[in-house]
Every structure is written in structure tokens, then in C-alpha cells.
Ligand binder design. Structure first.
Ligand code: ADP
Ligand code: TRP
Length: 332
């Protein structure tokens, strides 16, 4: 039986973190067994906010290394760099005719980025969801493993696909966001103010490259209070966040034990944070070490990415030919 097609990408804007891991990469690693997977480094997307040529290559190679260190097997998936597959940009151009200025201007991620960089509100920022749709539709993906913050972009990709279908005919299936737990995930930052992120909240984000002591320091700084004074009190959101993080890296019985301690007012947040820090350290260490080893082997990474691009282009070329033909671009 033909396997379902899966696409997802991560921008090369910095070091990967626990949000990327639990929102996206954990699913990638599970999906590689049963799906036809295309995973890529979204370097063009990163230029909308991080245009510095000096950082680009190192970031691209590190994202690739971190993906492999987390368990992606380049023999099972197609791992490539977005800019190595120019067919994506051709489809992006076609899909721009399916996207309306008004709807693009309303996208919250666009508004937020425009606010963060008022001197560089470039058209690439505005059409970011169109390029993302092209990434997905170029391989006719039906499942897209992403974190909760990408839900709206996925909805837009479906809208562009459907408009293309009603104008020209069926080339693209509808891509759906995917997470093994069904609900998409948002990993909160340690200060409780938003999500862990590559470029914001860096002191409240645990990176897969963080040294053991850096992790301990960040976790110990997380906000707590004196603890509850009444049994079964409502949990403040910053404590809920800590429990959410514990759910990701600690054993279930450890989490249960601290929940009981909270409900019976015997909780010691200092101990809880120490436990959380140690479990995070143990989780991150092997990934960090493997990433360093891979990142030092540029020849191997180059080989993997070049082979990935070749495989990705076969699928991309077939889709572009179909799209050109149905649009009427077949003159000779
Ligand atoms: P960032 O927002 O850190 O720059 P990207 O935009 O490149 O990261 O996101 C890559 C993937 O990681 C996407 O699928 C995104 O939904 C997911 N992701 C990023 N941050 C989080 C988070 N804090 N919680 C859950 N998923 C996240
Ligand atoms: N926009 C995504 C993010 O910021 C990254 C991305 C680009 C992506 N193209 C994609 C994710 C295609 C899934 C599929 O996280």
C-alpha cells in the first residue's frame, strides 16, 4: 500500500529547543516508520527575519544535525534544505495568485513580526504562509506535524489548495496538522510568558545545545511562590506550566507525586525544580553530544542533504509539471 505523505520544516534561525522537539521533532521521529516523510530546513523562511549571510550556513547545518541527533534517520526520510528545491519557489509564485492581501495582513504571526521589526516589513513576511503552503503542497502532503502555533498557517495552506482546485482542478489534497497525541502542543517558556522560542525568551527556553549547568540555572530561575495554603487549591498558571514541562521529561510517578504534594500543601518547589532540571539535563545531554559529533562532520551532512535534495526534487518536479499543465502553461 502507498504510504501517506508527510511534510514539515523548521526554520534555520538559531538553536533548536524543547518546544521544537515536543511540538515537531518527536512526531517526525515516530512518523518516519510508517509514512513517506519529507523534512526540510526552511532557510528561505528564515531570511524574512534573519537575513545575515554570516550565520546562515552554520544554522542550516546545525538544524539538520539536530534533527538527526533527535533520531531522524536519513535513510528512512527525505531530509533536505528548502533552497535546494527551486520547484518550491515556482509553486510559491503560482500560489501567490490564490492568496489575498487582506487575509495575509490579518495573520497574527505577520502582525507580530511586523511589530518586532518595523523597519523591515518585507513582502516575504506577508507571504510567509504562501511559501509554507508551497513547501507542503509541492509533495502533496496530507499530514503536517507541527506545534500549535502553526495551526492557522495550515488552515491557509488548505484554503490556497482549495482555491487552486476550484480554479484549475484537483492537483493538491488538503494537508492537515498532525500530532500523535491528537492535540497540537505548545511548550511554554520557563517564565510562563509565551512559548519557548529560538529567538525570543532565550533565557526561559531550554535549547538542545544547552550545557547541563545552563539548564539547571534556567530551571531554578522559573517563577514559583510560597506554595498553596489550602488543599486542592487552583494552580497558578506558572505552576501549571512547570507541571506541563514535567509531563514531557519526567516519569509519570514523579509527576503524580508532586501533584499530590501540591494538593496536600506539602510541595517544595525547590525540590520540584531540581527534579525537573535533572530530568531535562538527562534528556538533553545525549542529543547535545550527538549534535556536536555530527556538526563536526560536515562532509557527512553535505552528503545527506545533497541526496535528500535529489529525492525531494523528483517529487517536486512531478507536481510542478502537473500544476503547469493544468494552469495552461504548456505551449510547446
Ligand atoms: P521557533 O518558533 O522557535 O523559531 P520554528 O518556527 O522554526 O521555531 O518552528 C519549528 C517547529 O517547532 C514548528 O512545527 C513549530 O510549531 C514548533 N514549535 C516551535 N516552538 C514551539 C513550542 N514552544 N511548542 C511547541 N511547538 C513549537
Ligand atoms: N512556519 C513554520 C514555523 O515557523 C516552519 C515551516 C516552513 C513549515 N514551512 C513549513 C512547517 C512547512 C511545516 C510545513 O515553525
Amino acid at each position: 500500500m502507498k504510504k501517506e505523505i508527510v511534510v514539515s520544516g523548521i526554520r534555520s534561525t538559531g538553536y533548536l529547543h524543547l518546544g521544537n522537539y515536543f511540538g515537531a521533532m518527536r512526531n517526525y521521529v515516530k512518523m518516519q516508520e510508517d509514512y513517506d516523510c519529507y523534512f526540510f530546513v526552511a532557510d528561505y523562511h528564515s531570511l524574512t527575519t534573519h537575513p545575515d549571510p554570516k550565520d546562515l550556513k552554520a544554522n542550516v547545518f546545525r538544524v539538520a544535525a539536530e534533527n538527526i541527533a533527535c533520531g531522524l534517520d536519513p535513510n528512512k526520510v527525505t531530509l533536505y534544505v528548502q533552497s535546494d528545491v527551486p520547484e518550491v519557489t515556482e509553486l510559491y509564485l503560482m500560489l501567490n495568485m490564490m492568496a489575498y492581501k487582506g487575509e495575509l495582513e490579518k495573520v497574527p504571526t505577520f502582525k507580530e513580526k511586523a511589530r518586532n521589526q518595523p523597519d523591515n516589513v518585507n513582502a516575504g513576511l506577508l507571504t510567509y504562509p504562501v511559501l509554507m503552503a508551497a513547501d507542503i503542497l509541492i509533495h502533496k502532503a496530507v499530514k503536517v506535524p507541527v506545534g500549535k502555533d502553526q495551526e492557522q498557517h495550515l488552515e491557509m495552506a488548505r484554503n490556497f489548495a482549495n482555491r487552486f482546485t476550484s480554479r484549475y482542478g484537483e492537483v493538491f489534497p488538503e494537508p492537515m496538522p498532525f500530532n500523535f497525541g491528537n492535540q497540537l502542543i505548545k511548550v511554554p517558556s520557563l517564565d510562563g510568558a509565551g512559548k519557548m522560542s529560538k529567538s525570543e525568551n532565550v533565557n526561559a527556553t531550554i535549547f538542545l545545545a544547552d550545557e547541563d549547568d545552563v539548564i539547571r540555572k534556567k530551571v531554578m530561575k522559573a517563577k514559583t511562590d510560597q506554595g498553596p495554603t489550602e488543599h486542592n487549591s487552583e494552580m497558578p498558571d506558572y505552576i501549571q506550566n512547570l507541571f506541563l514541562l514535567m509531563d514531557l521529561v519526567c516519569a509519570q510517578e514523579t509527576v503524580d507525586q508532586y501533584k499530590t504534594a501540591f494538593n496536600t500543601c506539602t510541595i517544595r518547589y525547590g525540590d520540584m525544580k531540581k527534579q525537573l532540571a535533572e530530568d531535562m539535563v538527562n534528556f538533553v545531554r545525549p542529543i547535545r553530544e550527538k549534535t556536536i559529533e555530527l556538526h563536526n562532520n560536515e562532509a557527512l551532512l553535505q552528503k545527506i542533504l545533497k541526496e535528500g535534495a535529489e529525492k525531494a526534487r523528483v517529487s517536486a518536479r512531478a507536481t510542478i509539471e502537473e500544476a503547469r499543465k493544468i494552469i495552461g502553461i504548456n505551449y510547446y
